[in-house]
Design a protein around this ligand. Structure first.
Ligand code: ASP
Length: 581
């Protein structure tokens, strides 16, 4: 028996017990006549004591040779500590060791296994198994497991059935590139790894399972923007005989359950916002509504004066920064430089100071008088002491720019409180999205998403106006879930493929299996998928998902610990009938 107790559970109620513990050597303090060792395992730290008077010479000698991270087993007696440590649960006791076995020696770790380590990110990823011994990493993995457990708990109670779907499949269009796997047995043919189980979950609905979920890996070969992983985990869900309202209801329930169980937070009914409103008010389809700073459109009150920049702009739009009148001229110039960085891309920024005495001072005083500026303040909701920041240009671009500024300022002003949770549904997404590069419409969500029946008639005349029965769940400025009501009849589905530019043959080849299934009695159905990595990070009060993944990849999609991807043997290539250029 390696242990009778773990390293986190012994207290003064165990005094005089004979115990056996196993774990890692966290720290050795050697005073010569007395040695203390902190023994660590997943559950905590227990102090061991060896001393000249009470410990045999042989064991003392052995203890002297212990190094950091050695794996040891000890037997001994639980005694009261002379100097207690109120900060840890085992702080009242220590173990007077009578037997010591070194189970495994350890090389000196390349960074300290402490909450605050001296190891940089790259080094910690290379030795991730050592990193995982550190409390902050370990606790995040335990936290993740708890969230996943609560998801299963809740959905199982609601009669959802967890079904596994295959990983070796063919392309599912979620808008990214596929990872492909060559098939040895079928020369020249490839599987694609699922970008999501989308088509399979729809087939499960045709199969009559009614309510499906799966905590599942998805694979997307995208250029890795910050904080994305090429493989990530979804809570994937689908329901039959549902309308949008049923789905929103079911998954608002799940989210509410998680917020309660994990964060002990009760939230009101989730607000809803249309995609158009989100874009207009926040310049973003995943607005952070923990704070205000809503956009105010100034076209009516700022155009047709002498200021040509505004006159020529499609949209003049502004936010009021609370307390921003405190900014010095230099700080405002810096803010202007910030919006002009290529990552944001604004051409410039106009500002208005809202003075405490009710007057205004702007960078465009030459063109606008106090009355004009007062109207701007009214439209943006600016109060005395605020600063109005105005951008102008092409609507979509300028909204994105102002949204970036809004988020940056909120961050600086400490308005993005990670302990506060503000979920909302964004609904009525457009069905199609124009792609400049290919000069074609793409499905904004995916090609199986159902148009709103009342908008179908616009498909030919004004495709960009067609709204979808599609929705996103947004939490604290992050999209944590998205889904749609699906098309469930062959005619609408093939109409959709036509509009997306698939020829009949292409559609048949790629999605014939789904279209066929629709001919055998497909129920109306719909679903949603949550990004588990991000959800866990946000519930954990953070925004980087990497910390919550046991073995994440770096920004080049590389696992630096196992060193993947890597070349394969010539013989393997041959077997697969592949030739490298
Ligand atoms: N398959 C979709 C996605 O991965 C989610 C859904 O429509 O249910 O975004």
């Amino acid at each position: 028996m390696y242990r009778s107790h773990n390293c986190g559970e012994l207290t003064s109620s165990n005094i005089n017990n004979e115990v056996t513990l196993s774990g890692w050597v966290q720290k050795v303090r050697d005073k010569g006549f007395m040695i203390w060792v902190d023994l660590r395992d997943r559950y905590g730290i227990t102090q061991l004591i060896f001393d000249e008077e009470r410990t045999s010479k042989a064991i003392l000698d052995q203890a002297q040779k212990l190094g950091r991270e050695f794996v040891i087993q000890v037997k001994g007696n639980v005694i009261e500590r002379a100097s207690k440590n109120p900060n840890i649960p085992t702080g009242e006791i220590e173990i007077l060791v009578s037997e010591l076995t070194v189970l495994n020696e350890a090389l000196l770790p390349p960074f300290t296994i402490e909450d605050k380590t001296d190891g940089g990110e790259e080094l910690r990823m290379k030795y991730r198994y050592l990193d995982i011994r550190r409390n902050p990493v370990k606790e995040k993995l335990i936290f993740r497991a708890k969230v996943a457990h609560e998801v299963r708990n809740y959905l199982s109670k609601q009669d959802f059935i967890e079904v596994e779907t295959p990983y070796l499949i063919k392309s599912t269009p979620e808008g990214a590139r596929d990872f492909v796997v060559p098939s040895r047995m079928n020369e020249g043919q490839f599987y694609a790894l699922p970008q999501s189980p989308q088509t399979f979950k729809q087939l499960l609905m045709v199969g009559g399972l009614d309510k499906y979920f799966q905590i599942v890996k998805c694979f997307r070969d995208e250029d890795l923007r910050a904080d994305r992983q090429p493989e990530f985990t979804q809570i994937d869900c689908e329901m039959a005989f549902v309308e949008q309202e049923d789905i929103l209801d079911a998954f608002e329930g799940l989210t509410r359950h998680l917020l309660k169980e994990i964060n002990d937070v009760d939230v009101e009914k989730f607000p809803r916002m249309t995609f158009d409103d989100a874009m207009k008010k926040y310049g973003n389809d995943k607005p952070d509504i923990r704070f205000g700073m809503e956009f105010g459109e100034l076209n009516e009150v700022a155009q047709h004066k002498e200021f040509n920049v505004f006159n020529q702009a499609e949209l003049v739009v502004a936010i009021a920064v609370p307390g921003g009148n405190n900014y010095t001229r230099k700080e405002i110039d810096k803010l202007t430089d910030w919006v002009k960085r290529p990552q944001v891309g604004a051409l410039g920024m106009v500002y208005v100071r809202c003075n405490e005495d009710g007057t205004y001072k702007s960078s465009v005083d030459k063109f606008y008088d106090q009355e004009d500026l007062a109207r701007w303040a009214e439209v943006t909701g600016a109060k005395a002491g605020d600063l109005i920041c105005v951008l102008s240009g092409q609507s979509n671009k300028v909204r994105a720019q102002l949204s970036a500024l809004r988020m940056e300022l909120a961050e600086r002003l400490g308005l993005r409180n990670p302990k506060q949770f503000a979920p909302l549904w964004v609904v009525d997404f457009p069905l199609l999205e124009w792609d400049e590069e290919t000069e074609r419409f793409h499905a904004m969500h995916h090609p199986f998403t159902s148009p709103k029946p009342e908008d179908i008639k616009l498909l030919d005349s004004d495709p960009a106006k067609v709204r979808a029965n599609a929705y996103d769940l947004v939490l604290n400025g992050n999209e944590i879930g998205g889904g749609s009501i699906r098309i469930h009849d062959k005619t609408t589905q093939s109409l959709m493929f036509d509009h997306l530019g698939f020829t009949k043959e292409e559609a048949k080849e790629q999605f014939g299996f789904l279209m066929n299934a629709f001919e055998y009695g497909a129920p109306p159905h719909g679903g949603i998928a949550f990004g588990l990595d991000r959800l866990v990070a946000i519930l954990g009060g953070q925004e980087t998902i990497r910390d919550f993944i046991a073995f994440p990849k770096n920004n080049s999609g590389r696992d630096v610990m196992i060193d993947a991807p890597a070349p394969i043997d010539e013989s393997q290539l041959k077997e697969l009938n592949l030739k490298l250029r």
